[in-house]
Design a protein around this ligand. Structure first.
Ligand code: SF4
Ligand code: SF4
Length: 91
């Protein structure tokens, strides 16, 4: 693994977005791909079930502002049951 010897000169210009997660429980089939692929560990399986009997995802406690709007969850969801919108950029 390559180790950088110094901090990138433009590091202060990097803005990490904050995302708002939207889940559509009735579309979910409980595959948990969104939970598995989230690099920020924002999601967890809900104790509740939808009308089809599947446990849909929810925001994990303390992770309300952890989403970085990478959209991995949206890309892997086979049922189009989750998406995110950018709330704001970090200062
Ligand atoms: S957009 Fe990225 S960080 Fe946010 S919940 Fe989805 S996978 Fe996680
Ligand atoms: S990837 Fe989609 S269908 Fe699978 S658990 Fe997440 S929201 Fe539900």
């Amino acid at each position: 693994m390559k180790i950088f010897a110094r901090t990138p000169l433009d590091l202060h210009k990097v803005n990490i977005p904050v995302g708002q997660v939207y889940i559509i429980p009735e579309r979910c089939k409980g595959c948990q791909l969104c939970i598995e692929f989230c690099p920020q560990h924002v999601l967890q399986e809900s104790a509740n079930i939808n009308a089809k009997g599947y446990h849909y995802p929810e925001i994990a406690p303390g992770k309300e502002l952890a989403c970085v709007h990478c959209e991995f969850c949206t890309m892997v969801c086979p049922e189009f049951a989750i998406y995110t919108l950018e709330l704001a950029e970090s200062p």
